[in-house]
Design a protein around this ligand. Structure first.
Ligand code: SF4
Length: 187
């Protein structure tokens, strides 16, 4: 006898992008289809140097479960990642290393500054600490807090997903984007 199919009502399906549907067809724009695919399959690179990294470990663990967002495939190889998550105090000596990691990531790439230290230097207003990673690389989302709780990191991640989902495929070739890169000395 065939076993009855169990439907798990807790499974949340990815929403389809807005489009036109009718009998037997669905049409949308290429941008929206690519955006939906990208935002639900982000590959993060955790650049964790101190305590905020521990919060991120909690974010990735089973209770908060970053994998729900399709982002459990973390890597420390910049060429395989599209989201740089900078978590922790970044010393000035570490600045060029962080920049090198960013440069090795292929476009399109996004950056989150997680926590007060990565965003602004935090409490470490000293000669040796970079007062915000946006002094060396462009940042898309800042997550406040010292430390930010996993909920705050997830909130920052979802904001990145919004950006990724809505980004035009032409943005990376626009004059505005080139100007942004040029302002960081990146060609
Ligand atoms: S923001 Fe606070 S918790 Fe995060 S790395 Fe800095 S000191 Fe640590």
């Amino acid at each position: 006898m065939a076993r009855p199919v169990q439907h798990n009502t807790k499974v949340k399906m990815v929403e389809i992008p807005k489009g036109y549907s009718g009998e037997g067809f669905f049409a949308t724009t290429f941008d929206k289809a690519i955006g939906a695919a990208r935002k639900n399959s982000i590959w993060p690179l955790p650049f964790a140097t101190s305590c905020c990294g521990i919060e991120f470990m909690a974010t990735a663990a089973s209770h908060y479960d970053l994998a729900r967002f399709g982002a459990e495939r973390m890597a420390f190889t910049p060429r395989q990642c599209d989201l740089l998550m900078v978590m922790g105090t970044i010393a000035k000596k570490m600045g060029p290393v962080l920049r090198q990691v960013y440069l090795q990531m292929a476009e399109p790439r996004w950056v989150i500054a997680v926590g007060a230290c990565a965003s602004s230097g935090g409490v470490f207003d000293t000669y040796s600490v970079l007062q915000g990673i946006d002094q060396v690389i462009p940042v898309d989302v800042y997550v406040p807090g010292c430390p930010p709780r996993p909920e705050a990191i997830l909130d920052g991640f979802m904001r990145i997903q919004e950006l990724v989902g809505q980004e035009s495929l032409r943005r990376r070739h626009s004059e505005r984007y080139k100007d942004l890169m040029n302002s960081y000395g990146i060609q």
